[in-house]
Design a binder for this molecule. Sequence first.
Ligand code: SAM
Length: 234
Amino acid sequence: MSTLYVVGTPIGNLEDITFRAVRILGEVDLILCEDTRTSRTLLNKYDIKTPTMSFHTHSGLAKIDKIIEMLKEGKNLALITDAGTPAISDPGSLLVSKVREELGEDAEIKTIPGPSALTAALSIVGLPDHQFTFIGFLPHKKGRETIFNKIADAEKESFVFYESTHRIEKTLESLKEHFEKVETQNRRVYLARELTKMFEECLVGNVEELMQKIAEDSNKTRGEFVVIVGPNFK
Ligand code: SAM
């Protein structure tokens, strides 16, 4: 039976990959990459010579059918994305669900666990409660307002989402606005930025304090972010 391995890869520091991931990437017939050029750096570092093929958000159903055909022919494939664990807010989830749907028990889907920006951020934050809601990326338009209202209303709960350099300031402003509406300006917010990379940092404060820190140093808006909104500071 063929296997689709869903392989976690580094979120920045190329040393953050498991021995098993390196072995599997070297053994499979083909590696599906979100961006083959991005993954090349990682594959070269570990001297992995396996052929690659791109699979990304715009790949379309024809590409998925091609991948399913390869699995039917008995090929073993690995799926990796640009960073972290495939299928967590990236194109991997569509492929995994289609393979499940189409092949059922005729193919194995195996996880090769590794880093994820989500777990990496949570591990250094120390949330007061173990429960949290993971939103992935916030919607840009429809539904955005609803989510901010939900975060602001649930003042005892924690929310985690991914954010980019382009929208981080706008997002903090929206959080501030919505916290003001329900008079909870003291929510604990963490900005986990550039995790495992050279400029890794985790800023902590209420939303106004964070906006202040960013206004004083625009470098702090650069890179990739995991935003965690926790309960109020005591
Ligand atoms: N599947 C990936 C994972 O498991 O982490 C996430 C993919 S998603 C397309 C990319 C987003 O993850 C980025 O926009 C950013 O919000 C977050 N991210 C990825 N790498 C990060 C890092 N080194 N530091 C902080 N956030 C990161």
